[in-house]
Ligand binder design. Sequence first.
Ligand SMILES: NC(=O)c1ccc[n+]([C@@H]2O[C@H](COP(=O)([O-])OP(=O)(O)OC[C@H]3O[C@@H](n4cnc5c(N)ncnc54)[C@H](OP(=O)(O)O)[C@@H]3O)[C@@H](O)[C@H]2O)c1
Length: 331
Amino acid sequence: MNILITGATGFIGRHLLKQLIQEGHHCRCLVRSLVNKDELFNNSNVRLFQGDVTKPGTLMRMAKGIDVAYHLAAAGHVTSVSKESYKAFFSLNVQGTKNIAETCGQNGVKRFIHFSSTAAMGLIKLPKIDETAPCQPKTPYQKSKYESELAAFEAGGKFGMEVIVLRPCMVYGPGGKGQFLNFCRLIKKGIFPRVGLGENLTPIVHVNDVVQAAVRALFKGKPGEIYLIASETSPPLVDIHKFIAQALKIKRPYFYVPLWIGYMGAFLLEGVSTIYRRDPIVSRKNIISTVTGRVFDIHKAQTELSYHPNEDLRRGIQETVAWFQTNDLLT
Ligand SMILES: NC(=O)c1ccc[n+]([C@@H]2O[C@H](COP(=O)([O-])OP(=O)(O)OC[C@H]3O[C@@H](n4cnc5c(N)ncnc54)[C@H](OP(=O)(O)O)[C@@H]3O)[C@@H](O)[C@H]2O)c1
């Protein structure tokens, strides 16, 4: 198949590209720059196309002859709380999705597989959350991911293109640099407290499992459907903390902080970050998210996509921490 991938230079995109190449597909990668591309892109089944999803003029010929597109390009600083961040998220995540989906539709792409996020649903407090739960996005990132789904479906309807939306929860694995790297850095510094006395069930999924779901969506995904992509169950945060500490070979107590102190601390960090115009390392939304134990019901992806997450959390964390260490990301 001729497959287009946006965001192929990113964390999940690189793993997905590798798998699609292995399966013999011809991949066209939309990249912002043609220079410094490593050996993954130096493959006879990979072609680079220079463009920017926020600049429709650069996307004109990109989707010509393409059967299926995977859209992963996005901005994902999930702790951002400012109004400026919403503008940046909107331009890339929402308008960017509209631009790329419309270009694909105009060029007769049959299937558009859009990477959204469980963040699009906001923070839902239900014992088990499935795709029918109403979305309540609140933060700039959450709103932009929700609106990106609407943009993809709208373009699909306009051009008769099949649109499938994948909503992964927090993804970890070698190559990832987002929230999970933050966890590891804080644990290494000894400043990752246990907030509140609840179980703090934390949805997390290995990048290999996400790639498995994405590849299965190629043939098995049903047009117009949304699929939650997570592990079978959410581990308690205390287990994630334990496995990270073990991988880092550090023995530190997982000290307890009452919820109100964690919340006030995050409030202060947000204030300081606003002054320095940076994203806070922890926001109040993160604290609330941490203490709101959540489990995503992946039954739909299991039955319709034959998605079966099978990466072991302890082993996955070990290999991820080893990758961070090799790449000097924990100093
Ligand atoms: N990682 C997670 O935990 C997670 C969880 C749920 C959902 N997701 C979703 O999964 C997708 C991929 O996430 P990720 O973590 O792999 O992202 P990532 O590592 O941050 O990579 C982002 C990608 O987007 C590209 N990009 C950024 N701006 C662009 C633009 N204007 N035009 C074209 N390409 C642009 C980047 O290219 P450059 O190399 O040029 O910067 C990069 O390849 C995103 O949609 C994200 O929302 C991720």
